[in-house]
Design a protein around this ligand. Structure first.
Ligand code: ATP
Ligand code: MG
Length: 248
């Protein structure tokens, strides 16, 4: 197994109105290539903060993050942006497509910002659009499509550059259960093709799609659960018991 993402002693402190808040405290996390990891924890436990600092979208206060063994500390903004574009796909908590761009434009823009050719990006976009089943929606603005269609466009956008790691922050949080299931099934199918996924969720059913659950409490990792050890028809129960034991 190859480690694709690692944090050592990762700390994040927010400062607002002279108040310090330690949102992440010495988080050591190691993620292997091809894993599907679910990050769980109560509201405010630091899940989004963890995704932002691991993916380089926000700075860490202390500690180290390695993506494919490259240390992210001390990189210049421009280098970090390049790594983010090339190696990272991100699906945000609450869908955040650019409201005055069509779905198609939202999907291709991060691709056009890399050195790849327009043809290659357009081809990739077409494949993803078909796979997401939003072929008839691509000329519409985000406000003109359903929540599920928006989120599937957000997945296509996150996947446009073949990221090494796909981060997803509550990808089903804003969706009804059938749209949510469609999104999870799509993510699972990418994972089965080898895509590494780190997904935040507060939902046990969503977490049962993962191969490992990491439980955060007050900014610390309180426990991890390897789901590969358990039968697939039993996973929700196993996760529930694990979370109950950790004081969920
Ligand atoms: N910019 C900020 N400034 C100050 N405090 C912040 C900031 N962003 C987050 N926090 C605090 O850090 C803690 C962790 O926030 P975070 O968004 O990571 O939680 P979360 O686990 O994702 O919660 P949720 O499930 O509600 O999305 C919270 O207590 C939050 O209030
Ligand atoms: Mg959050």
């Amino acid at each position: 197994m190859k480690t694709i993402l690692e944090s050592k002693n990762l700390c994040k402190t927010y400062y607002s109105n002279d108040v310090e808040f330690h949102a992440l405290k010495n988080v050591d996390l190691s993620i292997q290539q091809g894993e599907f990891v679910a990050i769980m924890g109560q509201s405010g436990s630091g899940k989004s903060t963890l995704l932002y600092t691991l993916s380089g979208m926000d700075d860490m206060t202390a500690g180290e993050v390695y993506i494919k063994e490259q240390c992210m500390n001390g990189l210049k903004e421009k280098e970090m942006t390049n790594i983010r574009r090339k190696n990272i796909g991100f699906i945000f908590q609450g869908i955040n497509l650019v409201s005055n761009l069509t779905l198609k434009e939202n999907i291709v823009v991060p691709g056009y910002l890399t050195s790849k050719s327009k043809n290659e990006i357009d081809h990739r976009a077409e494949q993803l659009i078909n796979r997401m089943e939003i072929q008839n929606q691509t000329d519409k603005l985000p406000s003109q499509v359903s929540g599920g269609q928006k989120q599937r466009a957000a997945i296509a956008r996150a996947m446009i550059n073949h990221p090494d790691i796909l981060f997803a922050d509550e990808p089903t949080g804003a969706l009804n259960s059938s749209s949510g299931k469609a999104v999870l099934d799509l993510m699972k199918s990418f994972n089965e093709e080898g895509q590494t996924i780190v997904m935040v969720t507060h939902d046990i059913k969503s977490a049962s799609y993962a191969s490992r659950v990491v439980f955060l409490k007050d900014g610390r990792i309180e426990g991890e659960l390897d789901l590969k050890k358990f039968k697939t028809d039993n996973q929700e129960k196993v996760i529930f018991e694990f979370l109950s034991e950790k004081g969920w």
